[in-house]
Design a protein around this ligand. Structure first.
Ligand code: SF4
Length: 396
């Protein structure tokens, strides 16, 4: 029998209790009826894939959003029932749900266990209540602690905590406190991203693209007015290097630019993205990489609800050329601290990496941004600081 190919699944739940001030994800509040109709549509889309992926085995499932934990337990159970009916999910698959404090209950945790969910990714962002309010989060640090304790009592032994640095008004000291407080709790994984002010967010209206104060926003919530300034470049750099040092002291190693884990708890799903494994996105606006084609579902809720099982919801289908694949291979692979292997590049593309990127590799090494040792190429500390510049050098 032919061995099945590996596939990862991403399932998008676009609902949140309220929109955070910095968030540009495809998500927002919705009433109960909309959530119920969306789950109906999502289940239809999942079931419509039943025969298409029969020669694949699923190694990871990631329920992301939005806030998937706003769904009722029974709705999550329906989604998983449809997933298991439609896909061959490995027994040892990593199955993650994103959960926000204030939306998790003991009953939901029980249902998630029964669904086979074995990893929780909890959105905390900061251990400082003033910073949480600044971000427009719905919860306090205490509520996060309660969620964590509940999850441990229900035997969830693989927990990620999401944190954000460079929050307006955050100091190097308050970031240090957040890191130490969270690391002391001992989650298996910590993601620490730096805040980016994205267009279309409340923060963008206040700060503008360059992070400067922009137009006044009359009518916005009072506590989101008169925001303090963002950390400057130097503080930002300090925060970055401090993160790695502090988390190292607590037993976490950095395995990707913004991700830290205890040994053996690296997120398999995200590693799959960086290693260009095939993945199928299900739900509103989700993207996919299948058979060297990238495509994504419509972000139009009405269109999605009407025809979730039709080919019409798939948009911008892009057939990747060898050149596209090489570029992706480089800038996704270099996000990992272990970097990329020259031998693997040769195996994948049937050509020597130096024949394609020799000049770029030499230049970036001379600039002290890349290092090459034992057949592996990876970013230096300086390269991590300006990784976007490094990645742009690999565009052919
Ligand atoms: S909870 Fe997450 S997805 Fe929802 S609005 Fe906030 S940042 Fe965005």
């Amino acid at each position: 029998m032919r061995e099945k190919k590996e596939l990862e699944l991403y399932v998008h739940i676009p609902f949140c209790i309220r929109k955070c001030a910095y968030c540009d994800f495809l998500s927002g509040p919705a009433d109960e009826n909309t959530r119920a109709s969306y789950v109906d549509a999502l289940v239809r889309e999942i079931l419509s894939n039943r025969d298409t992926f029969s020669d694949y085995r699923v190694s990871t499932v990631f329920l992301g959003g939005g806030t998937p934990s706003v769904l009722e337990g029974a709705q999550t159970a329906r989604i998983f029932h449809a997933l298991r009916e439609s896909f061959d999910i490995e027994k040892e698959a990593e199955i993650t749900i994103e959960a926000n404090p204030g939306t998790v209950t003991e009953d939901k945790l029980d249902v998630w266990k029964k669904c086979g969910i074995n990893r929780l990714s909890i959105g905390l962002q900061s251990a400082d209540d003033r910073e949480l309010a600044m971000l427009g989060r719905i919860h306090t640090y205490r509520e996060f602690l309660e969620t964590c304790e509940m999850a441990r009592q229900k035997d969830f032994f693989n927990i990620n905590v999401d944190l954000i640095s460079a929050i307006p008004g955050q100091t190097v000291q308050s970031w240090k406190r957040t890191l130490e407080t969270v690391a002391a709790l001992g989650p298996e994984h910590i993601s620490a991203y730096s805040l980016i002010i994205e267009e279309g967010t409340l923060f963008y209206e206040r700060y503008g693209e360059e992070g400067q104060y922009a137009k006044e926003t009359a009518g916005q919530e009072t506590r989101l007015r008169n925001l303090p300034p963002l950390p400057d470049e130097e503080e930002d750099r300090l925060i970055y290097s401090m993160t790695r040092e502090i988390l190292k002291d607590y037993g976490y190693h950095r395995y990707e630019i913004s991700n830290y884990a205890r040994e053996g708890y690296e997120c398999r799903h995200n590693l799959g993205y960086w290693e260009r494994k095939e993945y199928l996105g299900l739900g509103l606006g989700s993207s996919s990489l299948v058979g060297e084609k990238r495509f994504h579902n419509t972000a139009d809720m009405k269109k999605y609800m009407q025809a979730p099982a039709s080919a019409e919801i798939r948009e911008e289908i892009q057939e990747l050329s060898v050149q596209d694949r090489m570029e992706e291979y480089m800038f996704l692979g270099l996000r990992k601290m272990e970097g990329i292997s020259a031998a693997d590049f040769a195996r994948t593309f049937q050509t020597d990496i130096d024949a394609v990127y020799g000049e770029q590799l030499r230049k970036l090494r001379e600039e002290g941004l890349l290092e090459r040792e034992n057949g592996r190429i990876c970013l230096t500390d300086r390269g991590i600081d300006i990784s976007n510049y490094v990645f742009s050098e690999f565009i052919l």
